[in-house]
Ligand binder design. Structure first.
Ligand code: GCU
Length: 715
């Protein structure tokens, strides 16, 4: 059966809006299925775009009304089978789609086809996006498939949330925490808690499916064992059922020592039973995973933060990350599940430079020769999940040296969508260009003979084309909360949108993605589109400029990660801003060249040379790799000091320009959203100025130099 949305004038949508009638009752079919979701999206989307109801018919034969949009698979519909070629279908794989303009007899229609229902759903959203962004929908000949297999969100439901009751400071509504999904603690009222499915869960499912996101790990990496208890598993199963038609699978973050938690009694282990090579430990994880799989047959697997920031791990028991990851991986492998083992570790005993520690721990395990002669100890169902940079989601970091270096291990790229260090719910910062910079950075990876690989951008490493890894994954730490707009700041939606689009196809341009988003979110008026897109495109670089310009590391005040405090903290030294800025009368920045910590040496030779030399390092990473003398000459002839002050000032000026530009858009934007963004831009401007003033005033103490007059007084 094909689902046909009759839309005699669909191809004319940009010119006029025809009147059509809705077939009564038809929207009740197939609601629990993926094709049902596709049908609903077309009815709702076309109905909204055309501003009138759209009739649905089911065709069995070849009779299809002229102007229809048809969605299905070769198995769901003989007609789809007849109008698509087997070769084209073979090329798009399990999740891809074809969108084709077809003429058959007198009828001209559009077919959206996948090999699977999910492919057809993805194609449906893509078709609607074309219409929403007013792209041509005639003569369509589109073949699309994702470059990366697992396109996932990590939802830290209790941490770094800037999009719900928590963020706004409002008290919880009926006990809601601000998280996107509400779980009921044992015995708690269930009227707004799972297994009740709130409308917003479906809104989220639709939004994620429209981007091709196919999995979500629903709890914090600093994991609470509650998520593995029977009462939570039952709630997770209800959520999984609701998300399943949208192709979104569930995963969980777990704590390495969960088996010792008394909540699982009588199935509880003692510390001495946590030997990763012992049957007790593996048996426990296998039993727990089986219980989850019984409730959630398509459950993805487990994400583990171990021996990191106080979380327990195999090292507490005399083993390494390879032993621990492989033990849990072996326990869940028979169930077809994976383990995402995070590499965010920075044990101070490993090296003085925090940024070198992860590679020093994981590299040797990846390189280790196995009894069978093969290299690499990590199991096939382990992904090492690595943040984009070696520190911690700062506004700009160089790529993590592990990308390309872990030839024998599956690697997942972890990006942050929630704006922990990038302005939270106050600052307008479009991160698409940051993601683009990361995935398009050249690793200069070489093969075992030292020859440069042909494909070697970070995106090629992640999508498997560089080193031929068959299983691939990308993960975004999500920014969803129970705020009406789901992300807190209206413009934070763009970051989720950009992540999803780039996860599907990392070669896309973030500028084009921004344009699409503006058209789908604010307006199709060309002037409005161009103006908002321009605001967005410079906003990340502006944030880098007024927060941490020229590659200076972490300079945040303790705790919230929003305001500046370049001075010392009382806490641990590898978090203190002075650890990163090394401010003194000579200059500013952390020497990671061969004269210093030599982090540069962890990169492939070409990058090693580039980063290691103060004259060839990209200026936007200058202080990441060098202690830069105040009088150092920049490429444009300014001294480093003058350039530094200029950058802070330019960043703030950009925000002022955004605020003024937004004000001028008032006639074109609905009153509520206009006012909400306007209020945030005012805070943004003041807080950006605070970053500039606090930082420059502090640096001046060390440089002993004057504020360059050309750049105007500091506020
Ligand atoms: C950062 C962040 C934490 C998070 C950690 C992680 O340190 O501030 O909230 O737990 O990263 O990625 O594990």
């Amino acid at each position: 059966t094909a689902i046909v949305v009759e839309n005699a004038e669909a191809n004319q949508v940009h010119r006029h809006t025809p009147h059509l009638a809705m077939a009564p009752g038809s929207s009740e079919q197939l609601v629990e299925t993926t094709l049902g979701a596709a049908r609903d999206e077309l009815v709702r989307g076309l109905g909204g775009l055309l501003d009138q109801p759209v009739p649905v018919t089911t065709v069995d034969g070849d009779n299809i009304p002229d102007g229809s949009v048809m969605v299905g698979t070769p198995t769901s519909s003989p007609l789809v089978d007849r109008v698509t070629s087997a070769r084209d279908l073979a090329e798009i794989g399990d999740e891809g789609y074809l969108i084709r303009s077809v003429s058959r007899g007198k009828a001209r229609f559009t077919v959206i086809a996948g090999n699977t229902d999910l492919g057809a759903l993805y194609g449906t959203f893509a078709f609607l996006r074309l219409m929403q962004t007013q792209k041509p929908i005639e003569h369509l000949h589109i073949s699309e498939s994702p470059k990366i297999k697992h396109r996932l969100l990590n939802n830290w439901e209790t941490e770094r949330l800037y999009a719900g009751n928590n963020a706004s400071g409002l008290g919880g509504l009926n006990g809601e925490s601000g998280a996107i999904f509400n779980f009921a603690a044992t015995g708690a009222s269930t009227d707004r808690n799972l297994p009740v499915i709130l409308d917003r869960y479906i809104v989220v499912a639709r939004a994620l499916a429209s981007l091709g996101i196919n999995g979500i790990t629903i709890n914090n990496v600093n994991a609470d064992n509650a998520y593995l208890t029977s009462s939570y598993i039952a709630q997770e199963a209800a959520l999984a059922d609701a998300l399943r038609p949208y192709g979104i699978k569930l995963g969980l973050s777990i704590r390495y020592t969960a088996p010792t938690d008394g909540r699982f009694a009588p199935d509880t282990l003692t510390n001495s039973q946590l030997d990763p090579y012992g049957a007790d430990f593996r048996g426990w994880w296998n039993r727990r995973a089986q219980q989850i799989q019984t409730a959630i047959p398509d459950f993805m697997g487990l994400t583990v933060k171990a021996n990191s920031e106080g979380q327990p791990g195999p090292q507490d028991f005399g083993y390494d990350h390879g032993d621990g990851a492989n033990a849990i991986a072996a326990a869940v492998a028979p169930l077809g599940m994976t383990v995402h083992w995070r590499t965010f570790v920075y044990n101070a005993e490993v090296d003085n430079d925090r940024l070198k520690r992860a590679y020093l721990e994981f590299g040797p395990i990846d390189d280790e020769v196995q009894p069978d002669g093969a290299r690499g100890r990590f199991a096939d169902n382990v992904f090492l999940q690595t943040k984009n940079g070696p520190l911690d989601f700062q506004a700009r970091e160089p790529i993590h040296p592990m990308f390309g270096r872990m030839e024998n291990t599956n690697q997942a790229l972890e990006l942050q969508i929630t704006q922990e260090y990038t302005g939270q719910n106050w600052m307008l910062a479009y991160l698409g260009p940051m993601y683009e910079e990361i995935v398009k950075t050249d690793t200069y990876a070489t093969d075992e003979n030292g020859k440069l690989l042909k494909k070697r951008l970070v995106g090629n490493i992640v999508d498997g084309t560089a080193q031929h890894h068959p299983d691939t994954a990308i993960v975004g730490v999500a920014n969803l909360g129970n705020a009406d707009n789901l992300t807190g700041h209206h413009f934070s939606q763009a970051n989720l949108f950009a992540f999803g689009r780039q996860a599907w196809n990392w070669t896309l341009s973030s500028a084009d993605i921004a344009t699409d988003w503006v058209r789908m979110t604010w307006s199709n008026d060309k002037r409005v589109v161009d103006t908002i897109q321009k605001m967005m495109m410079g906003s990340w670089e502006a944030l880098v400029s007024y927060q941490t310009p020229l590659g200076i590391g972490h300079q945040f005040a303790e705790g919230a990660h929003y305001r500046p405090d370049p001075a010392d903290w009382a806490g641990r030294d590898d978090w203190s801003p002075i650890y990163y800025n090394k401010a003194d009368t000579v200059g500013l920045g952390f020497d990671r060249s061969p004269n210093g910590s030599n982090l540069a040496a962890q990169y492939f030779p070409r990058l090693q040379q580039r980063y290691g030399d103060i004259d060839s390092v990209p200026e936007n990473l200058l202080m990441w790799f060098h202690h830069v003398p105040w009088g150092h000459r920049m490429d444009n002839g300014r001294t480093f000091w003058d350039e530094l002050v200029y950058r802070y000032q330019m960043g703030v000026q950009y925000v002022t320009w955004m605020r003024e530009t937004w004000d001028a858009l008032q006639p074109d934007i609905d009153a509520r959203r206009f006012a909400e963004v306007r209020a945030k831009l005012a805070v943004h401007e003041a807080d950006a100025a605070d970053w500039r003033d606090t930082s420059v005033t502090y640096w001046k103490e060390f440089s002993g130099r004057d504020i360059p007059v050309d750049d105007g007084p500091l506020s």
